[in-house]
Design a protein around this ligand. Sequence first.
Ligand SMILES: Nc1ncnc2c1ncn2[C@@H]1O[C@H](COP(=O)(O)OP(=O)(O)OP(=O)(O)O)[C@@H](O)[C@H]1O
Length: 264
Amino acid sequence: MIKVEELQLTFNAGTPIENHVLRGLDLNIKESEFVTIIGSNGAGKSSLLNVISGDLIADTGYVIINDKDVSRLPAWKRAGMVARVFQDPMIGTCENLTIEENLALAYNRGQKQRLKPALNNHLRQLFKDKLTVLNLGLENRLSDMMGLLSGGQRQAVSLLMSTLQSSKILLLDEHTAALDPKTAQFVLELTAKMVEESKLTTMMVTHSMKQALEYGTRTVMLHQGKVVLDVSGEERKRMTVTDLLNMFEKTRGEEITDDVLLLG
Ligand SMILES: Nc1ncnc2c1ncn2[C@@H]1O[C@H](COP(=O)(O)OP(=O)(O)OP(=O)(O)O)[C@@H](O)[C@H]1O
């Protein structure tokens, strides 16, 4: 489903601040896999998602989606293949459009674009039904501006938008990090439910070791632009947060003191 091979990415090449972010990264993700991605600050997690979505083009290496080489395709040409939810609830939805217009945009994503999303009664009913499942009362607020919603509500709608798209790939970049713990938990559970129901192939970046093991089917650790740990199946089921922390510390060669990593 998603295959990346030998990805190399350098920022500010040839300058004193040259930063070799991806260093020959290989990863092969099968259909319906839900991969949680961890790694220290600057390990290249967001850059990897950006290279898969086309927001960044790698210097060398390949990105293959559904057996198609998309390595050189810009983001807008991959829009029908990949859905994203970002850390900042303000990104990914348009605050000056209504809830139903945002949903219609997602519904039409990857198809021929219209200036204003086409809405009809059939679509409105579909959106109402989908919003009802969120249990946030948003089904009665279809014509409210997106900007009126709380962070958690926006992330929930963003997730819903990703299931309306034709794409079967979902990229989550610390999408609960800006939410309070209770809302984060709600959005995480919603994520797991939607991924399962819509059979999405998912990559979720998180700084929480606990989340990395609790959610998904496979955990990958990045360090200095490479995969340094890749666990799934029984091995992953047996793994505790302490095991993962130990591996993380061993890779980094230093002790972790960050509470988010330890307790999050
Ligand atoms: N557009 C850019 N221009 C220059 N440097 C960048 C750019 N984007 C990211 N970087 C740098 O590349 C490195 C990797 O960034 P990236 O965001 O991929 O790391 P990350 O693993 O997601 O880290 P974090 O957990 O802190 O979000 C960092 O040193 C970052 O400062």
